[in-house]
Structure formats: structure tokens, C-alpha cells
Design a protein around this ligand. Structure first.
Ligand code: PLP
Length: 414
């Protein structure tokens, strides 16, 4: 007999219906499985640095273990962690936060989750300039919000304009999420562009800003970094700044992010965190203190490496017909338009109907993993990560060039 009580308890709650594990994670899993079968897959879907965590940071973690720092910490972070966060914001961003205006969590993602969980009521709107990281959509939905996408394009360098923003603001708009440098487009909003968006936001007193600055340190060609709270210090009680050691210091597995914002909001976020993970890992906090306050040579090395790989990637992409794009100003992602390839046919007769069919074709025929743009709310694009070894980028390009040149226009039967 079916046990209905068990079934009921294990069926999905409405708030996560329609959600799945992200396609990026599935793609990474497929790549691992293909590699295990001996297929020489090159994975350009990676959303994390391929470097090891810097030695000084690893040493700091070992010392913390030896000192016995293995117990619960204060919910919002150890005193040393909070000092390091305040030091980082003050030095890098000219943002002065008091002790009760900062907190640490298990990655930028947890801080974002805390913030929306603590503030969203059913039906509140979260404005998402797209293309953007898919988690923004799902976290907004899980917390009862309604994501409202507003799209940039290749022509606008994937940034949105003040006019576009003005048109989507309603009385229910609660947050806008700004991510610069952006995953997936690598777009960086300049100081004046942020100022123009903030001037629109200022007119709507219930609309607040989350700045996700996790790619702050990964920028090229002298592109300058600007963050909303520093652009408009007078609006700081409406701005939450989120960052993490994950991408900057090759520490994605350590799960350590941090945020600075109004004390009342930070307090509300700590309440949410206190009933989910309690505090971020004590050892990761000790490591992050070293990352945020120690020498900055790792960042210089990482930036130079990404810059070289970006050049290799775009030199190669320029040789492939049907791929359009410009090198990103920041992050380690290339976001390229593949609209011209729509309607073409693969050698085995499959029609390329969208970015997902193209990504599947590249996986199966060239053994190269790419992420379809529709995963980020903008179809007809692919995201290619250059957080991969130089040689792998070159091999992937050669294979992609061959696979794409084998696509042909569909014959029109008359
Ligand atoms: N924000 C953006 C834009 C990201 O791309 C990612 C990870 O891919 C994160 C946040 C997550 O950062 P963390 O690993 O610190 O949670």
C-alpha cells in the first residue's frame, strides 16, 4: 500500500517547483563522465579559477587548525574576520563600515540568499539586468519574489540604460541586482554609468540596490572598478555590497563571502543565517582574513594570466565565422553571439535551432563544453570560460573552428 503521508512529506514545495539543478552543473557532470570514459573533453563551462589557493592563505588555515579554531564562531563572523572585511572595504572601495554593518557568510551566494530571504515579501519584484547569473532568478523565486529581467545586448555591451531601468520600475520593485564585472558578459559599469542608473533609483525610495562585486579584481586593459555605494555615498542606506574571496583568491571551495550595508539589514540577514548555517566555517574565516589583508601579488598573477588567455581566446574566435563578440572588460568569461548560426545544419542533418542545440553539437562533435546563453536569460549566445589552461583554450578553438565550419545552410526544397 502506498504510504501517502511519506509521499506528501517528500513532494516538492511550491516555492521550488519548476527549478532544477543548473544546466552548468549538469554540463560539468557530463564533462566528468566523458573524461572518465577516456573522451578528451575540454571544459569551457568552468565558473571558477583553475589556480590553487595562494600558499599564504593555506598556511593561515593550517595555523588556525593548530590553534584549535575549530568551534562555532559568532554568527556574523569572528572579530578578526569583521576587521578584515572593514579593512578591505575601506582600502579597496573607500567604504567605511561600522562593525555592525558587515557580516561574513558561506559564500557570496549565502549573503545574497540571506538578503532576499530577510526582505522579500510574496510578489515583491527583483530587477535583474540580463544576461546574469541564473541563481539570481532562482533565489528571487525561492524567497517569494518575482524576477523582472531587463536585457542588454552585444550592441550595448550587455549593459542596461537608465531609460530601460525606468520602464521596469513599479511600486513593487524592491531590489535591483547589479553585477559588475558581470557573469556571464564580463561587462563593467563605469562610474558614470552607475551614477546614471542610481539617479533613476533615487527617484523610487523603496527600491534598493544589491551590488555583487565578486569579480571586482578580475579586470583588463586598465578598466576601472566602481561600486554603487562608493558612487553615491548619500544612498548608502539603500545599498548592500556583497563580495567574496571565492573568485578573487581561488577559494571557491572554502565558501566564504561577506557583505557591507545598513545595520538593520545586516541584522536581519544574520537572523536568517542563524537558522540556516549558523556561522561560516571557522577555518575558512582565518584563511579569508589572510587573503583580505595579506600581500596582493596573487591577484596580479591571476589578472595577468587571465589577460593572456583572453587574448588567445579572442584571437581564435575571430577566425570562426558566425561567432560575434568583443573581449570582456572583466571576469574570466567570454559571452559571444551565435545568432548567425541559427538554422544551419550539422553533418548528420540536425538543425541548429537555438543556443542549446549548438552547445550540444559542440559537446558531441568537438568535445568542448560551452554554456548556452539562455542559462543567463539571453538566448542566441554561448558563454566560454577562460579560467582554463592556455593549451586547452587553443585545442578547444581548433576543434570549435572545425565543427562550426562543418555546419551548412539548410537546403530550401523548392
Ligand atoms: N555572484 C556571481 C555573479 C557568480 O558568478 C557567483 C558564482 O558563480 C557567485 C556570486 C557565487 O559566489 P560564491 O562562490 O562566493 O558563493
Amino acid at each position: 500500500m502506498t504510504d501517502h503521508s511519506t509521499l506528501a512529506a517528500t513532494s516538492r514545495a511550491t516555492r521550488i517547483q519548476g527549478m532544477g539543478v543548473s544546466r552548468i552543473l549538469q554540463l560539468a557532470q557530463t564533462a566528468r563522465e566523458m573524461k572518465a570514459q577516456g573522451i578528451p573533453v575540454i571544459d569551457l563551462s568552468a565558473g571558477q579559477p583553475d589556480f590553487d589557493t595562494p600558499g599564504n592563505v593555506r598556511d593561515a588555515a593550517m595555523r588556525a587548525i593548530d590553534r584549535g579554531e575549530t568551534r562555532y564562531t559568532a554568527l556574523d563572523g569572528t572579530a578578526a574576520m569583521k576587521d578584515a572585511i572593514r579593512h578591505k572595504f575601506a582600502t579597496d572601495n573607500k567604504l567605511a563600515f561600522a562593525e555592525n554593518e558587515v557580516m561574513a557568510g558561506a559564500g557570496a551566494k549565502q549573503l545574497l540568499f540571506n538578503a532576499l530571504m530577510a526582505t522579500i515579501d510574496q510578489g515583491d519584484e527583483v530587477i535583474l539586468p540580463t544576461p546574469c547569473w541564473l541563481s539570481y532568478f532562482d533565489i528571487a523565486k525561492i524567497t517569494g519574489g518575482v524576477p523582472v529581467a531587463v536585457s542588454g545586448s552585444l550592441e550595448s555591451r550587455y549593459k542596461i540604460t537608465p531609460d530601460q531601468l525606468r520602464k521596469v520600475i513599479t511600486p513593487r520593485s524592491k531590489w535591483i541586482l547589479l553585477n559588475s564585472p558581470s557573469n556571464p558578459s564580463g561587462a563593467v559599469y563605469a562610474h558614470d554609468e552607475l551614477a546614471a542608473l542610481l539617479a533613476v533609483i533615487e527617484q523610487h525610495p523603496t527600491l534598493c540596490v544589491i551590488a555583487d562585486d565578486v569579480y571586482e579584481h578580475i579586470r583588463f586593459d586598465g578598466t576601472r572598478f566602481a561600486t554603487p555605494a562608493a558612487v553615491r555615498p548619500d544612498m548608502r542606506d539603500r545599498i548592500l555590497t556583497i563580495n567574496a574571496v571565492s573568485k578573487a583568491f581561488a577559494m571557491t571551495g572554502w565558501r566564504l563571502g561577506y557583505a557591507g550595508g545598513p545595520a538593520t539589514l545586516i541584522k536581519a540577514m544574520s537572523i536568517v543565517q542563524s537558522q540556516s548555517t549558523t556561522n561560516p566555517c571557522s577555518i575558512s574565516q582565518a584563511a579569508a582574513v589572510e587573503a583580505l589583508t595579506g600581500p596582493g601579488d596573487f591577484l596580479d598573477m591571476a589578472r595577468a594570466t587571465y589577460a593572456r588567455r583572453r587574448e588567445t581566446l579572442f584571437d581564435g574566435l575571430a577566425r570562426i565565422d558566425g561567432i560575434e563578440g568583443v573581449p570582456p572588460e572583466g571576469s574570466f568569461f567570454a559571452f559571444v553571439r551565435i545568432a548567425q548560426l541559427m538554422g544551419t545544419q550539422t553533418p548528420d542533418g540536425t538543425t541548429i535551432t537555438d543556443d542549446t542545440t549548438l552547445s550540444d553539437y559542440l559537446l558531441n562533435s568537438a568535445n568542448v563544453v560551452t554554456v548556452p546563453g539562455s542559462e543567463f536569460g539571453l538566448p542566441d549566445h554561448l558563454r566560454l570560460s577562460f579560467a582554463v589552461a592556455d593549451e586547452d583554450i587553443k585545442t578547444a578553438l581548433a576543434r570549435m573552428e572545425m565543427a562550426i565550419s562543418a555546419l551548412h545552410q539548410k537546403k530550401v526544397l523548392g
